[in-house]
Ligand binder design. Structure first.
Ligand code: GCO
Length: 443
């Protein structure tokens, strides 16, 4: 039978983030980030590792770009380390740090690979955290200044810019559960981190327009279909959906916060709704909903929620216990975005799984199956009118998986962390074939 074809010009990419792959944590004047601080604390990282050397991309970017070319990638998503550019988060630019990204962008553009540049992927400069971090409003203004520096320095070629990456994860896991940097356990701080990251997003969009840079800009949101497992008591699932999805989608795309995401009902973010409302100044929601060129979606799977708000397994999990694999959930999510939100081009900026064990391997049939199934659902959604324009695999390389350290390998390219040798896994070959055909086989 005929394969499922993607539209002409579809973007095929792979994604990474600065702290997870760069290493070189003290090179060329880089300042410490909250992840440097957090990883150094006892008991926070599964294998007691740190972001050094990670995949050492800071020194190996040229070889990595050549590798991307050999795979046929049309786009590469990376993030800028704020504390390389501004070691204390504000003040004088560290030119040597900025120059690294100039070299990387030039290498990509020279190879015909479109940059997709994330401005914030959780590695806040420690000095800004010391001043209150995302729980304080001033951090949004600092972010806008940092973003403008990046647009001026790197914005001369066509690129996709992503303002904040998964503001939900950084807010909830970093400020409420406390298992990511900065390691706080305060729901009110998490709620404040939501609002201030979204405000930062909107301010950066304004600065992008002011800069006149070509290319496109949007936020990168991780979204998750929520399945009620007790249909007679669906309320907790509705609140969980509000907390996980609408709390981010509604302000960015509709200019309003949902009224059911925060509170003390099962499934809600257990912060004080009045305190959350008090953070909002007149005009904030207009800033947050400034028109964007795209919405970036990160999709890993679904979650089940019972009648009292507990997580229930409704689908097979991966080595990452939070990941419940459900390719059809991607289709449902894409159609929901089309049906319930104003029209906007969509790209999937992360989608992937870890290998089933943490061992170094190039034989990854589970990942091939995962990608095939998700690409089929993406093609199906496009066929049903969803304006989906690209798909990035998470991740290009095995890397530092946050609190899991190096115990989870998410790359389509294996990295031997002893030697830094790169070896494409079989899934990289599969993905190359999809890219070459601009199509995925039907089952
Ligand atoms: C993100 C993601 C990545 C993770 C990936 C696997 O926010 O972009 O969390 O950084 O490594 O999702 O957990």
């Amino acid at each position: 039978t005929e394969p499922m074809a993607f539209p002409k010009g579809y973007t095929w990419g792979a994604a990474t983030s600065s702290f997870q792959i760069e290493g070189a944590l003290t090179a060329d004047g880089r300042g410490p980030s909250v992840w440097d601080t957090f990883a150094a604390l006892p008991g926070k990282i599964a294998d007691r590792s740190t972001g050094d050397p990670a995949a050492d991309q800071y020194h190996r970017y040229a070889d990595d770009v050549a590798l991307m070319s050999s795979l046929g990638l049309g786009a590469y998503r990376f993030s800028i380390s704020w504390s390389r550019v501004l070691p204390t988060g504000a003040g004088d630019v560290n030119q040597a740090g900025l120059d690294y990204y100039r070299r990387l962008v030039d290498a990509l553009v020279g190879a015909g690979i479109r940059p997709a540049i994330t401005l914030f992927h959780w590695d806040l400069p420690q000095a800004l955290q010391d001043a209150g971090g995302w729980a304080t409003r001033d951090t949004a203004a600092r972010f806008a200044d940092y973003a403008a520096i990046c647009f001026d320095a790197l914005g001369d070629s066509e690129a996709d810019w992503l303002t904040v990456n998964e503001p939900k994860t950084h807010a909830f896991v970093g400020h409420w559960y406390g298992t990511h940097a900065p390691g706080l356990r305060k729901a009110d701080a998490a709620a404040a981190a939501v609002h201030h990251q979204l405000l930062a997003h909107g301010l950066a969009v304004q600065r992008f327009r002011d800069s006149g840079a070509p290319g496109r800009i949007g936020a990168a949101l991780n979204l998750i279909p929520v399945i009620a497992t007790e249909p007679d008591y669906p309320e907790a699932a509705t609140f969980t959906d509000a907390r996980e999805n609408r709390l981010f989608l509604d302000p960015v795309l509709k200019g309003s916060y949902p009224d059911d995401a925060i509170g003390d009902r099962p499934g809600q973010l257990p912060a004080d709704p009045a305190a959350f409302a008090a953070l909002q100044q007149p005009g904030d929601l207009e800033v947050i909903s400034a028109p964007c060129d795209l919405l970036a979606i990160q999709y890993y799977g679904v979650t089940g929620v019972d009648g009292i708000g507990n997580t229930v397994e409704v689908a097979p999990t991966s080595l990452a216990s939070w990941q419940q694999i459900d390719p059809q959930g991607l289709y449902d999510l894409l159609v929901r975005l089309k049906d319930e939100y104003p029209a906007i081009p969509l790209i999937i900026t992360e989608n992937g799984i870890p290998d089933p064990t943490g061992d170094l391997t190039v034989d990854d049939p589970d990942r091939i199956e995962f990608l095939r199934a998700h690409l089929q659902q993406a093609a199906r959604a496009i066929g049903d009118g969803v304006p989906l324009e690209g798909h990035y695999v998470w991740s290009l390389l095995d890397n530092f998986e946050w609190a899991e350290g190096y115990t989870q390998r998410w790359g389509i390219v294996a990295v031997d962390f002893e030697t830094q040798e790169r070896t494409p896994k079989k899934s990289a070959g599969f993905f190359s074939d999809v890219i070459a055909a601009n199509a995925v086989a039907r089952d």
